[in-house]
Design a protein around this ligand. Sequence first.
Ligand SMILES: Nc1nc2c(ncn2[C@@H]2O[C@H](COP(=O)(O)OP(=O)(O)O)[C@@H](O)[C@H]2O)c(=O)[nH]1
Ligand SMILES: [Mg+2]
Length: 333
Amino acid sequence: MLVGLQGNGKTTTAAKIAKFLKGKGYKPLLIPLDFKRPGAHEQLVFLGERNGLPVFKDSSGEPVSAIKDVVSYMEEQGFNIGIVDTAGRKEIDTDLMDELKIVHEVLKPQETLLVMDSTIGQGALRVCQGFLDFVDLTGGIFTKFDSSAKGGSVLSFRYVTGKPVKFVGVGEKIDDLETFEPERLISRILGRGDIQTLVEKAQKAISEEESVKLLKKVSEGSFDLNDFREELQSLAKMGGISSIASYLPFASQMKLPANFSDDKMTRKMVAIINSMTKEERENPDIINGSRRERIAKGAGVEKYDVNLLLKNYFNFKKLIKNVKSIDSIIKFR
Ligand SMILES: Nc1nc2c(ncn2[C@@H]2O[C@H](COP(=O)(O)OP(=O)(O)O)[C@@H](O)[C@H]2O)c(=O)[nH]1
Ligand SMILES: [Mg+2]
């Protein structure tokens, strides 16, 4: 069962998957189950006819009996896999979700895959969560990877649902479907193939033990500027991480300067923290205007830099609260 917002590629993808499975020796049936929009089935019928893929024609116009009909039709005709295209809307609304819920409950599909336009950008988190709230997603499919797509939506999907991405769509034609390869995605994001190095760097910089310690401190509310200094130094060790960090869903909330992880920048931030008193490092809340001025002088920077550092510290603390584990982001499967 494919679900997703209108225009994200459900119908096109349904046909692509049917073709893909046919190539693997299956006998697939395309099943349009949109009971709200008149003429919703025609596009699938058209795609089916053009590519020699059978499409189920429902005469009941109502989900429960249509699903009963299709099950017996499949048995009669010897189809061994059904691909269900469902209704979409421009936005998530209760009307749509009610219909999807009914179809999902009656159909009990083996897979419920969210089809999402990979160019969706920031909206991805909301869409993933919106569908997850109503139907048990088992995976995702990302379309339009051929058009200036970034990988952010995939990371958002993984972050929100924890489910695997099965396919990516890479064009409008029937064969423009690829099975999902995380390594390929990362090299697309980074524009180079050196993923192993990146992962090794990340593991070196943030050990499992360290990340557990960090999350614990944050949840206990004891994450202070001493800890932040350690984190800055870890990030610096990773060097080029800012390029991938900008694609991580949580990192977009971080108002970090572009050169955040540069050596120079890190040294500056560390120098600022070093100019603070022990008390200030442990209780950053007490750092008022005059203290900021004193710290800036001591570190040989502008007051603006001190403000920026503190802002980053408070932001960092806030966003780390939302990250359940570093692993869930680094690992894809
Ligand atoms: N470039 C590109 N276009 C796609 C891809 N998948 C779907 N489309 C196009 O996106 C538009 C909407 O697709 P459609 O399947 O009708 O979306 P639906 O409303 O979710 O069923 C159509 O013009 C498709 O040709 C893809 O992977 N790449
Ligand atoms: Mg459609």
